[in-house]
Write a protein of this length. Structure first.
Length: 302
């Protein structure tokens, strides 16, 4: 029993190290320095090089690591984020017509993935490793800010989520074959959003842009009173109009279009991280070059 437990714990540590390869910290180190000591530490901790002798470059290792993460027994939140990125944002839309926000603040919750096109769609992830205890609270918060609310789950959570969420909330399943299927369709309902909750989810500059977009003058007050007066303006507005303006505004302020050329040169497995981190233009070439570095050199990064 003790040996089995230790083996299970070792596999858990390995899977966690593989998932952390796709973290924002690793991506930022590669973009800013051309190398990542954390990457080196994680490939050693995960024993990835012992599992495959075909990996020659950093690019190849990310792709190999992600193939492991796609296995049902290894899935982490990143597997789901990557699926939404590839199959929805890049598969159905494009970076020129839609934007994506990771960890979007909504009340005291953070929405895993929000996609903005003609409307707003949230994808709350509940992987095989996640608990559902906060789901009802999260859904309540999201419905006040975002028009379409979806929960994307593994097979083991499908029935529990269906029994927990309203009928107008979408339930999506990520299959063993890494395909997204719709179990329950989410309804686009901007009318149920709350202008004050929308105000609280965006920054003050974006709030001013929303008012300008709606043809409403921005209050000319001292900075100390700015938050209060802007919020008062939002409280007087129609939810549908404010939501539509929020979508138009965030598609501009949080546009991903400048990253279009970059992601085409990077491993598909890294696309979700890159679009979340949004590395600066001056770091693009360095990040691309780091992908072509040999693994034999990468394991010496310290």
């Amino acid at each position: 029993m003790a040996i089995t437990h230790r083996m299970g714990k070792a596999r858990e540590i390995q899977a966690s190290a593989v998932a952390r390869l796709f973290s924002s910290t690793v991506l930022r180190e590669l973009a800013q320095k051309g190398q990542s000591p954390l990457f080196t530490h994680l490939i050693k901790e995960s024993n990835l090089l012992k599992l495959s002798s075909d990996v020659e470059k950093v690019y190849d290792l990310f792709e190999y690591a992600f193939r492991l993460l796609k296995r049902e027994e290894h899935r982490h939140e990143y597997t789901y984020k990557a699926a939404v990125t590839e199959k929805v944002l890049l598969g159905t839309h494009s970076l020129k017509t839609a934007s994506m926000i990771s960890q979007f603040r909504v009340g005291d919750c953070k929405a895993d993935v929000v996609i903005l096109n003609g409307t707003s769609i949230v994808y709350e992830i509940k992987s095989e490793r996640d608990s559902l205890y906060r789901l009802v609270k999260q859904i309540d918060a999201y419905m006040k800010v975002l028009a379409t609310v979806n929960v994307i789950v593994g097979e083991d959570h499908v029935n529990a989520v269906l029994n927990s969420v309203p009928k107008d909330v979408g339930v999506l399943r990520l299959s063993n074959r890494y395909q997204i299927s719709t179990i329950q369709e989410g309804r686009d309902m901007p009318s149920r959003t709350n202008p004050e909750a929308i105000f609280d989810s965006i920054n003050l500059r974006e709030a001013e842009l929303v008012l300008n977009d709606l043809g409403i003058s921005v209050p000319d007050v001292r900075n100390v009173h700015r938050y209060r007066e802007l919020r008062k303006r939002f409280a007087e507005l129609d939810p549908v109009s404010v939501h539509a303006s929020m979508v138009r505004t965030l598609k501009k302020t949080r546009s991903l279009a400048p990253l279009g050329a970059l992601i085409n040169k990077l491993p598909p497995s890294l696309h979700s991280t890159v679009l979340s981190v949004r590395p600066s233009r001056r770091d693009h070439d360095r990040l691309v070059e780091s992908m072509q570095e040999s693994i034999s050199k990468a394991i010496t990064w310290v």
